[in-house]
Design a protein around this ligand. Structure first.
Ligand code: NCD
Length: 359
């Protein structure tokens, strides 16, 4: 069975299949309208969401299926202390596929260990957000006509922004990608993405502290919001909250054919004066999200019993009683998930669930 927890759970070929199916759905919507009739999607959202949850809901409805679930864990048995694994066991009796968002990192991966239906990670803490990645890839493809060969600038909160982490991982499989990281000191990209993804796969990346110096080079500018809810220190948040703002003057420095993406919600990092610029792709990106989720639901259903489309199995867990994951937001420090690890090619041990380096 295939789950989607991390963008790398999909092979490059599977990713391409989903992107091209989404394009076919856009071109021939009527052909897919009944393809999920009598099937159910459960949306289990332990953290606020507008776009992602409604987009999953709309996607399943367009395919003729039904949707059940909760958007506020306080109204579910979670408030009685039910574990993620138990909730998924129960919901798997009612639904054919589960989309789950959780503020705890690794929660969905832990849930897959007991689930009898495919689980889709709709965001886990600051860790991963693979369906936003599929949305972003489809948007780049549709806006520019290609993904290979792009120079992409990531701007804003690269430290806590899970959409950035997932998209960089996925881009590492395309040709001639250049990454430019535009962020203040406090919001720099985590080490594990720089080392394990950029350096290991050979994506050239460069870190800068102003937008102006790189604007003319970019094919894609990926803007992000400062993730207030993930800061532990309020003063630190106040210092960086208005870090980088995209306005018409900065847009004037960019190529004529460039695409501005943003996973949304925006706070103040893109002024509304940019919205009417033809390069502002972020609202088209939202709609692409629905089509790509339709394609994903169809494909996970198709692959469910196909042994050729299982989860990648190149990693084996390392158990060591003397080691502990030190990330307080990881599932193994919040539920009874075992402390287990994976050893990267660089020999470094990282938590199996949240990828934090073991100190
Ligand atoms: C993003 C998320 O939830 O990570 N939003 C989304 O899914 N569209 C980005 C964010 O919250 O800033």
């Amino acid at each position: 069975m295939k789950h989607l927890i991390d963008p790398m759970d999909l092979s490059k070929q599977e990713t391409d299949e989903i992107i091209s199916l989404a394009q076919d759905i856009i071109a021939h919507r009527e052909r897919y309208q009944g393809s999920m009739s009598h099937r159910k999607l459960a949306t289990l959202f332990y953290e606020p969401s507008t776009r992602t949850r409604l987009s999953f809901t709309a996607a399943m409805m367009e395919l003729g299926g039904n949707v059940l679930g909760f958007s506020d864990a306080k109204s579910s048995s979670v408030s009685k202390g039910e574990t993620v694994q138990d909730t998924v066991r129960v919901v798997g009796c009612f639904a054919d596929v589960i989309a789950m968002r959780h503020y705890i990192e690794g929660a969905q991966l832990y849930a897959t260990e007991v689930s009898r239906v495919p689980i889709i990670n709709a965001g886990d803490g600051s860790h991963s957000h693979p369906t936003q990645t599929l949305t972003d890839l489809l948007t780049i493809q549709r806006e520019l006509g290609h993904i290979d060969g792009i120079t992409i600038g990531f701007c804003g909160d690269l430290r806590f922004g899970r959409t950035v982490h997932s998209l960089i991982k996925a881009l590492s499989r395309y040709k001639d990608i250049k990454v430019i990281l535009i962020a203040p000191q406090e919001l720099k990209l985590p080490d594990y993405i720089k080392r394990d993804v950029c350096e290991r796969t050979g994506i050239p990346y460069r870190e800068v502290e102003t937008m102006e110096e790189v604007m003319p080079e970019l094919d894609v500018l990926y803007m992000t919001r400062v993730q207030k809810e993930r800061f532990l220190d309020e003063d630190e948040f106040d210092r960086v909250k208005d870090s980088f703002v995209l306005d018409a003057a900065r847009m004037a420095l960019a190529k004529e054919k460039m695409a501005v993406l943003h996973p949304l919600p925006r706070v103040n990092e893109i002024l509304t004066e940019v919205d009417d610029d033809p390069r502002a792709a972020y609202f088209r990106q939202v709609e692409n999200g629905k089509f790509v989720r339709e394609a994903l639901i169809v494909k996970l259903h198709e692959w469910k019993d196909d042994p050729e489309h299982g989860m990648p199995s190149h990693d084996y867990p390392v158990y060591d009683d003397t080691l502990r994951c030190t990330n307080s937001k990881c599932i193994c420090n919040n539920e009874r998930a075992p402390h287990k690890f994976r050893r990267g090619d660089d020999g470094v041990l990282r938590c199996w669930y949240c990828d934090s380096k073991v100190k």
